[in-house]
Design a binder for this molecule. Structure first.
Ligand SMILES: NC(=O)c1ccc[n+]([C@@H]2O[C@H](COP(=O)([O-])OP(=O)(O)OC[C@H]3O[C@@H](n4cnc5c(N)ncnc54)[C@H](O)[C@@H]3O)[C@@H](O)[C@H]2O)c1
Length: 301
């Protein structure tokens, strides 16, 4: 099976690309390396094309080439990116470009949406509740979901609303890397972990190895859907620090500071029914198992 992965040089993309390649799929990667890094693809042996997906002429680039599936992950992922128009242009035009190409080639499309679309909506977050995007990033993902729904009668489209993803390969995201990564680095460096007052905000953190599985289920699915990809459990930042301290054999106290952003969600928690029902996906790693696995890979670097 031939799969095109956009954003394959990024955190989630590179994990997926390596896992798919190991399972025998034929993979082509497109990435502009805006936030991804070629080092993420050190062990990837397939074709890598450096290009901007929002402007690339895909029909020209892949004339006479067929793809069975396109996994679209390329996106500006820094939610604090200052130019809202450019965020929307890049993310939505990139999606439209890929969507049109998938239609043209009759390929299945699996793409990354986000829990950000729910904003401060009700908990647990369900796929059919009204989106409340709080920033341009979340709005771009909502617009992608709207475009996807309109095309679902023409091609198979699987939208995966990722919750907060953490795991190996995210270090190149810098300040956009998960809080689990940032807090691990602070504690390991002997500092007190710094979080927004008073650390009781909660997130549904999902391990990147579970995302590989969710994407694989999407790749194999014969039915269109937009579903949550989370664990169904929300963990506070204070709890995360406890688990990290435990794994590092330390006991660093939290340092709290004011949150400068007005778009933060207080809690994210996925309703996981649809993902199980439509895709047969259920996260395997709970937060303790995920952090333990991640810490050992970070400590062995
Ligand atoms: N990490 C999370 O917690 C999370 C949560 C929800 C959704 N997502 C979505 O998952 C996808 C992957 O995110 P990630 O965490 O791996 O982030 P990432 O920044 O590591 O990956 C995004 C990749 O897309 C590339 N890219 C950006 N704009 C591009 C363009 N115009 N053309 C080609 N390549 C481009 C970047 O260089 C990068 O390699 C994104 O669509 C993101 O919005 C991630």
């Amino acid at each position: 099976m031939k799969i095109l992965v956009t954003g394959g040089g990024g955190f989630i993309g590179s994990n997926l690309v390596l896992s798919l390649k190991n399972s025998g799929y034929e993979i082509t990667v497109i990435d502009s390396f805006l936030s991804g890094n070629i080092k993420n693809l050190e062990y990837f042996t397939g074709e890598t094309i450096k290009a901007d997906i929002s402007t690339l002429d895909l029909n020209k680039k892949f004339v006479n080439q067929h793809f069975d599936v396109i996994v679209h992950l390329a996106s500006i992922t820094d939610t604090t990116f200052s130019d809202d128009r450019e965020m929307i242009r890049m993310n939505v035009d990139g999606f439209k470009n890929v969507l049109n190409f998938a239609k043209e080639k009759g390929a299945k499309l699996v793409y990354a949406s986000s829990a950000g679309t729910y904003g401060r909506g009700k908990i647990p977050m369900q796929e059919d509740q009204i989106p409340e995007p709080l920033n341009a990033y979340a709005l771009s993902k909502k617009m992608m979901d709207d475009l996807a729904r309109k095309e679902m009668e023409n091609i198979i489209i699987i939208g995966l609303r990722y919750f907060n993803v953490y795991g190996p390969g995210e270090e190149y995201k810098g300040k956009s890397a998960s809080m689990i990564y940032q807090l691990f680095q602070q504690i390991k460096a002997g500092k007190n972990p710094r979080i927004f007052k008073y650390g009781e905000q909660k997130r549904d953190f999902i391990y990147v190895k579970d995302l590989n599985e969710a994407n694989l289920k999407g790749i194999k699915s014969e039915k269109s859907c937009i579903v949550n990809v989370g664990t169904g459990t929300a963990i506070s930042f204070n709890q995360i620090i406890k688990i990290l301290n435990h794994n590092l054999g330390l006991n660093r106290e939290c340092e709290y500071f004011d949150n400068p952003y007005d778009f933060c969600q207080d809690e994210t928690r996925a309703d996981t029914f649809m993902a199980e029902d439509c895709l047969g996906f259920k996260a395997k790693y709970d937060i303790e198992e995920g952090i333990e696995d991640y810490c050992s890979s970070l400590l062995n670097k």
